[in-house]
Design a protein around this ligand. Structure first.
Ligand SMILES: Nc1ncnc2c1ncn2[C@@H]1O[C@H](COP(=O)(O)OP(=O)(O)O)[C@@H](O)[C@H]1O
Ligand SMILES: [Mg+2]
Length: 456
């Protein structure tokens, strides 16, 4: 931790000197100013506490105090004065002086007051930080990345969060941050103090999904011994996140559409309408438009959901964020695993930036987690990331060995492997090699592979 900086303001050199000496002996940084103007200049150098003489040649201590507090209310000010009246003391305290010390002062007393004051702010700062992280685990800056894509995403989520919109659709490949975006939306909306509920539509049998969402009346079906409130009712005033909404069966889609349009629904087996105020956030990694065309997703529901679409880009569209994300997860896992990995080496970062990340940001998290569990150095190296070896980026072709290769042999071996892998199916083998059927037939003949019985 850096040493705290204390500014000593007094026109008497001897007083400045004795205070500065003492403060330095206590381990603080101490700087000085001999009048109000100088003091206000030095405030900008990052001062934690000011020992301020009440009587200055160019101005009085109270107006300097006022200016300091305007600049930064967190800076502590202890006023020193030889002739304090009760009125000046009261005024100074009102403006925010931490303490009033009478001149002539005892250096031990001043040192003790300074230490107490700094301890108080340290605690206050800690509490504030703790509160901030606890109240806001899903602040907008939890969405990491400085690329234009992530900037635009945060800006859009900001607008959507504070909008009155009750339906939002998140689209994006798996691992792009749809769950995260849903939580960020909820916790930054005026619904934040109400429940956030989520359900994955594909993970639950259809009949159960209906009663989970809408609830059921007693006796609605065989197992319904009790009346049950659904998620929508429990989340009243809050948000319901419907993950993989593209997997919902048509019957439920109709019921959901009615709810989105009329804010009303019936429990399973129920006769009367229930009204709740819920924001529904749907998410899908499928192309819903195609699902609509294929007749698997209701067009009217699609349009209703798509009023506010938020598209999460695949990571390969903003690879420049990879180093930041890697750093973010290194910090996270350092805390979690009590490690002190300092970062990923430059070659590692370069290779990670060239990788295509089919699993998107989730894959970054997993790759860093695995690397940190196994790595023993203080820097993560390329070999700590097996994905880099398993899937060379398309821009990095197979390396030429130092001793060279025989291209004919290599070609023959690759054709044989492709035929083996495709069980002799020439069309699939050709596809593996980027060839057409004629081209692979030519090579099968050239290498005499038919006679050897590799191909049927
Ligand atoms: N922009 C981002 N910054 C930091 N972490 C992210 C970001 N996007 C996603 N993540 C993290 O990546 C993982 C996968 O995200 P998730 O929201 O579950 O994706 P999805 O729901 O689209 O499959 C989670 O651990 C999430 O916290
Ligand atoms: Mg998800």
């Amino acid at each position: 931790m850096r040493n705290e900086t204390i500014l000593v303001v007094d026109d008497e050199q001897l007083i400045r000197w004795s205070l500065v000496e003492r403060l330095r002996a206590e381990g603080y940084e101490a700087i000085e100013a001999e009048n109000g103007a100088q003091a206000l200049e030095k405030i900008h150098d990052g001062v934690d506490l000011v020992l301020l003489d009440y009587k200055l040649p160019d101005t009085d201590g109270v107006s300097v105090l006022r200016r300091i507090k305007e600049h930064d209310p967190d800076i502590l000010v202890i006023l020193l004065t030889a002739y304090a009246t009760v009125e000046t003391a009261v005024e100074a305290m009102k403006i925010g002086a931490y303490h009033f010390a009478n001149k002539p002062f005892n250096l031990d007393d001043v040192a003790r007051t300074v230490a107490q004051a700094l301890e108080t702010t340290r605690l206050r700062r800690e509490v504030r930080q703790l509160r901030a992280t606890q109240a806001q685990p899903y602040a907008f800056d939890r969405i990491v990345g400085e690329s234009a894509e992530m900037d635009a995403l945060r800006a859009l989520l900001r607008r959507v969060a504070s909008s009155p919109a009750t339906t939002v659709l998140l689209t994006g490949e798996s691992g792009t941050g749809k769950d995260l975006a849903a939580k960020v939306l909820h916790y930054n909306s005026d619904r934040a103090n109400r429940p956030f509920m989520n359900i994955t539509c594909s993970a639950i049998p259809d009949a159960l999904l209906e009663s989970e969402l809408f609830g059921h009346e007693r006796g609605a079906f065989t197992d319904a011994r009790q009346q049950k409130r659904g998620l929508l009712e429990s989340a009243d005033g809050g948000t319901v996140f419907l993950d993989e909404i593209g997997e919902m069966v048509p019957g439920l889609q109709a019921k959901l559409l009615r709810f989105l349009e009329e804010k009303a629904f019936k429990r399973v087996g129920g006769a009367h309408d229930i009204r709740v105020d819920v924001r529904v956030i749907g998410a899908t990694n499928r192309n819903l438009e195609e699902q609509v065309k294929a007749g698997r997703f209701r067009e009217d529901l699609y349009y209703r959901l798509n009023v506010l679409p938020v598209a999460l880009p695949p990571l390969r569209a903003h690879l420049e964020d990879v180093p930041t994300l890697v750093g973010f997860y290194i910090d996270l896992f350092n805390r979690e695993f009590r490690k002190s990995v300092r970062g990923a080496s430059l070659p590692a970062l370069e290779a990670l930036r060239a990788y295509r990340w089919p699993g998107n940001i989730r894959e970054v998290r997993n790759a860093v987690e695995r690397a940190m569990l196994l790595a023993d150095g203080s820097w993560l190296e390329p070999h700590d990331f097996p994905i880099l070896g398993l899937k060379p980026a398309s821009s990095a072709p197979i390396g030429l060995p130092a001793e060279g290769v025989n291209l004919e042999d290599l070609e023959r071996s690759l054709v044989v492997q492709a035929l083996e892998r495709s069980n002799g199916n020439q069309t699939r083998a050709a596809a593996l090699l980027g060839l057409n059927r004629d081209q692979i037939r030519y090579r099968i003949e050239k290498f005499g592979l038919v006679k050897q019985g590799v191909a049927p």
